[in-house]
Design a protein around this ligand. Structure first.
Ligand code: PAF
Length: 302
């Protein structure tokens, strides 16, 4: 099927509703473009699991703070459409700011409780922007399933909560982080790193590996693991840690004892570039007892 492209919310909705009226299942991967293997893994998963796949490409201004990289965020619509199509997309929805935020726009989605911590503590208006645009995109692309990456762990928790709290008729699928060969989590922002920053950025993965290896060795004291992660980040002189935490996978509250419910999360600045990564300790348990149908583990063993 040839790729359909549209900037028009009504046309996107009509295409998706048409598919569903024919009894076809529809998957949706919302993105901000600059597609890399992480995004493409979502598109491929959707193409495998659903009859039709839609992708949105929209750099959403409301999730950037005034001092952030909205202007310089990479934009490459033509290349992205080709990549999305090759990965199995049938529809690319690429709205303009005028269509998504018309004059007088004043309605936002706010989640209370999960959005003030971690990313939300450093970026206070970020999740209001994310939830608002995800909610809008899900109205424009009323799919059966929406695909998100575990790399943006807190985002995935909050989006799931919004879908549940607002009775949204959609299944939220969260897929494992995709990594570069050396372990750095794929991100559109990796492009901003200088060669030396890129080399040192591996400390995020090293920190998570350290936590994983201590945990698999039997250490469950969260503070011990947290200190070990901080020490691994400290070995990279250009790294300025923003937070290093171990939190519950649903409440995002810090834990004292690490279990398969816990996730190690970190955010680190390299100059102007802010990187995040995480490790769900459930992956360590899966490695001990690998379920036959589990997705390929993406975490820090290696
Ligand atoms: O994860 C992203 O790329 C963005 O936050 C999303 C979900 C597309 C909303 O703009």
């Amino acid at each position: 099927m040839a790729l359909k492209r549209t900037p028009d919310p009504q046309e996107a909705r009509a295409v998706v509703q048409g598919w569903r009226a024919q009894g076809l299942s529809v998957g949706f991967a919302p993105t901000m473009g600059a597609l890399h293997e992480g995004h493409l893994s979502l598109v491929r998963a959707s193409a495998e699991e659903c009859d039709r796949t839609a992708v949105s490409i929209y750099v959403n201004p409301t999730q950037f703070a005034p001092n952030e990289d909205l202007q310089s965020y990479p934009r490459q619509l033509e290349a992205d459409c080709r990549l999305a199509e090759r990965a199995g997309a049938d529809l690319v929805f690429h709205p303009s700011d005028e269509l998504m935020y018309p004059e007088g726009f004043s309605t936002y989605v706010i989640q209370e409780g999960l959005t003030q911590t971690l990313e939300g503590a450093s970026r206070p208006t970020h999740f209001r922007g994310v939830l608002t645009i995800v909610c809008k995109l899900l109205h424009c692309v009323p799919a059966d399933r929406a695909y998100f990456g575990h790399k943006d762990f807190q985002q995935s928790v909050i989006v799931r909560r919004m879908a549940r709290d607002l009775n949204m008729p959609i299944e939220i699928r969260v897929l494992p982080t995709v990594r570069e060969k050396d372990g750095l989590a794929m991100s559109s922002r990796n492009k901003y790193l200088s060669p030396e920053e890129r080399r040192q950025a591996l400390c995020l993965y090293e920190a998570l590996r350290k936590a994983d290896s201590l945990y698999r060795g039997g250490q469950t004291d969260a503070e011990t693991l947290r200190r070990a992660m901080a020490a691994a980040l400290g070995a990279a002189p250009l790294a300025e840690p923003d937070y290093v935490e171990i939190v519950d996978k649903e409440t995002l509250a810090p834990v004292q004892v690490v279990s398969a419910r816990a996730v190690a999360v970190l955010a680190v600045r390299f100059g102007e570039t802010r990187l995040i990564d995480n490790y769900p300790f459930s992956e360590a348990a899966e490695r001990r007892h690998p379920p036959s149908s589990a997705p390929r583990a993406s975490g820090p063993v290696g």
